[in-house]
Design a protein around this ligand. Structure first.
Ligand SMILES: [Zn+2]
Length: 317
């Protein structure tokens, strides 16, 4: 049986100290026990302050090195509460909510935390979707452009891929795209879906080159009024409506573009772990992935979400 906190009270009593948090991270990071990166030794002492010293060669390893917690000046106890809070928000975690609940000094800090966690939600090197996958684009409404002025009501185009598993949905991937051209869509399909997979799309011309890229393309052209897009691509359409309902739940559908990217990843993280209904399990998964990813400096994150047209102003919410 997995070992994770089940209630907020349990979380708070169990992770009351930095050492307790570090011990937990160490267990997630080295599930088979400590492994020295220098000599492969398996015995280590905790020297305090998050350092483990290899018993064989004396090499010191920090449990947070190379993770999203590296160089953080924030106590891990606070990070753990933030993660617990994020997984507890069924309709998505907002930066403002996080700022309030943790009493963080600034909105920007809360925003940075969410984006750090986003890196943990989309674990690098994750497996691509396989076997049979539906792909389609959908408009998500109420997106404000990033930066200063609000443009409520603008729509963003999101491409969704959903695995066909019998009548059910397997794993999903989704990402915002600039437009529905082949140049925009095909690289995303390649990123999300493994070669050799049957990819089901509608008749959009942009997908015509899929066979050249090593996919088996099942192109379903809608035949007049008798057939709806829902009927040929039921899974992506179901995911799209769940996503929209989820976004409406907390934000009345209106989010900035950079926040939309965050929410797409959070939705995907939750959806792909929807059988782990217990929040303690989600908490555990997110921490597990958090200790498995590289730290991303704030500047790189902003660049990542803004793209090449980076503005001088940062988010001012
Ligand atoms: Zn060693």
């Amino acid at each position: 049986m997995e070992d994770y906190p089940r209630t907020l009270r349990e979380l708070e009593s169990r992770f009351a100290t930095e050492q307790a948090c570090r011990d937990y991270l160490a267990r997630l990071r080295w599930p088979q026990g400590f492994a020295c990166p220098t000599c492969k030794g398996t015995e280590a002492w905790s020297t305090g302050r998050g350092l483990w010293m290899c018993a064989a060669c004396g090499h010191q390893v920090s449990v947070t090195a190379g993770t999203i917690f590296q160089d953080t000046r924030t106590p891990l106890t606070l990070w753990f509460r933030a993660i617990w809070w994020v997984v507890s928000q069924k309709n998505g975690a907002s930066a403002l909510g996080l700022q309030r609940i943790l009493g963080l000094g600034s909105y920007r800090t809360a925003w940075t935390w969410l984006h750090k966690l986003r890196r943990a939600m989309v674990r690098p090197g994750r497996e691509r979707l396989s076997e049979m996958v539906e792909v389609d684009e959908t408009f998500v409404g109420g997106v404000e452009s990033g930066g200063g002025r609000r443009h409520v009501g603008k729509k963003a185009l999101v491409v969704i891929a959903a695995e066909v598993r019998g009548r059910a949905i397997g794993r999903i991937r989704m990402q915002r795209v600039a437009d529905s051209s082949a140049e925009s869509l095909l690289p995303l399909v390649q990123e999300a879906v493994g070669p050799g997979t049957v990819v089901i799309t509608d008749g959009l011309q942009s997908y015509r080159a899929l066979p050249d890229l090593g996919y088996r393309h099942d192109r379903r052209v809608l035949l007049g009024s008798g057939e709806s897009a829902d009927a040929v691509l039921p899974r992506v359409h179901r995911v799209a409506s769940l996503l929209k309902r989820w976004l409406l739940g907390t934000h009345q559908g209106a989010v900035s573009r950079e926040h939309l990217d965050y929410y797409l990843d959070e939705f995907t993280f939750r959806f792909n772990r929807r059988t782990s209904r217990h929040r303690g399990k989600l908490f555990n998964r997110l921490l597990e992935q958090a200790v498995a990813v590289d730290p991303v400096p704030y500047a790189a994150m902003v660049k990542g979400v803004r793209g090449p047209k980076r503005k001088k102003r940062h988010h001012n919410g």
